[in-house]
Design a binder for this molecule. Sequence first.
Ligand code: FPP
Length: 262
Amino acid sequence: MGVLLIMVVKGNAVDKLDYNGIDCARIPEHIAIIMDGNGRWARKRHRPRPYGHRAGMEALRRIIEVCADLGVRILTVYAFSTENWKRPSEEVNFLMNLLVEYVNRELGALQDKNVRIRVLGMVEQLEPRIQQEIKRATRVTAENTGLVLNIALNYGGRAEIIEAARRAATLVSQGELTVDGIDEGTFSRLLFTEGLPDPDLLIRTAGEMRVSNFLLWQIAYTELWVTEVLWPDFSKDDLIRAIIDYQKRERRFGAIDVGKGR
Ligand code: FPP
């Protein structure tokens, strides 16, 4: 087992990022995160919910940095679900504005980190100004070759599958695909995550034991890791704990472990 120790030089300061205990040969290629608990975090501090979302944005910034340093290839975060429209309009507006603020504030840093931004979801249903920001962020970072940051926005797993089924049906009606040609491979390529491998590890913060319509197709064999930690408190150490735990698991993808005969 190799041990990863990374030195990051920032100006004159040297931050030692100690990833002791992680097997650097088995870093999960794709990590997905349900960033839950912003509201509870704010409530505990007798502050309004937006305060928690803003702290959640800071947590995201930190975790992106750690993922990029660790060599995680893809990070997919659930920022706004198709169900989140049911929240009060002030909260919905706040979350949308936070995304714009995030792009404005972080685009330079993400560029420096070689991060490529993609957005998963029904983008065409969002306000034009939000769509513009998304286009700008994806265009500016399109050539980056480091971490792929998928922001799931106006995303729902069932809606994604229905959309893919419609696209498959359209291709069949146009004679570009046969019914027998619809298999797992072709269907996967019609999803928002087209071209990306499925998540290896799904982290959910704030303790809820459910998947909440996130990446329903893609998490068929994903390892789940749930923590009571609320998203704004989620730290580098928590991420490392999740990865070390993941590395102890035996992934069989429905097969048996031939060596153990079970
Ligand atoms: C769930 O917490 C969180 C969300 C619905 C929003 C996630 C958004 C962020 C982390 C902000 C940063 C993201 C970007 C892309 C700028 P909750 O509000 O459901 O918390 P609760 O369950 O404790 O009420």
